[in-house]
Design a protein around this ligand. Structure first.
Ligand code: FES
Ligand code: FES
Length: 166
């Protein structure tokens, strides 16, 4: 059954008809061609599909597109301002927080959400606990944790995804 869906994706209003069974990750990747949101497991395990909905990190393989009706979705494509990376992206680049990069968009969006819930003074233990739902097959996590701590500390109050922080 088709449903008329309206939402905002990376600041742009989107209206389209979707099958009610369409997952949010399918809408983003297949309909909107925002392929930076990855599918690693399709069963809510890996976190590669993490995006923000109204500022909260969610796994886009675990929600229906129609559940995003009227809401604001942020994907990795919406983070950089032109050639200027978001502070969390820059921190991953600077601290070598990736190898193959498959998990990276989800890691970055999960890291940004930690600011909303914990503020800017994140410690390593908290980051490691928070990353339980995001799996990386390459890095061994050390540089991801370093990158998130650095990214969180450099995120200013005007950065996307930080509206409710502190
Ligand atoms: Fe969504 Fe793995 S693809 S959690
Ligand atoms: Fe390859 Fe994380 S960098 S899966």
């Amino acid at each position: 059954m088709a449903h008329s869906l309206s939402l905002t994706v990376n600041g742009t209003a989107v209206s389209m008809k979707v099958d009610v069974r369409t997952l949010l990750v399918q809408l983003l990747r297949d309909e909107l061609r925002l392929t930076g949101t990855h599918v690693g497991c399709d069963t809510s395990q890996c976190g590669a599909c993490t995006v923000h909905v109204d500022g909260e990190a969610i796994k886009a393989c675990a929600v229906l597109a129609v559940q995003a009706e009227g809401r604001e979705v942020l994907t990795v494509e919406g983070l950089a301002a032109g050639d200027t990376l978001h502070p969390m992206q820059e921190a991953f680049r600077e601290h070598h927080g990736l190898q193959c990069g498959f998990c990276t968009p989800g890691m970055i969006l999960a890291g940004m959400d930690m600011v909303r819930r914990h503020g800017h003074a994140l410690d390593e233990h908290t980051v490691r606990v928070e990353l339980e739902g995001n799996i990386c097959r390459c890095t061994g996590y050390h540089n991801i944790v370093r990158a998130i701590i650095a990214g969180v500390r450099s995120m200013g109050p005007a950065a996307p995804g930080i509206a409710a922080a502190e």
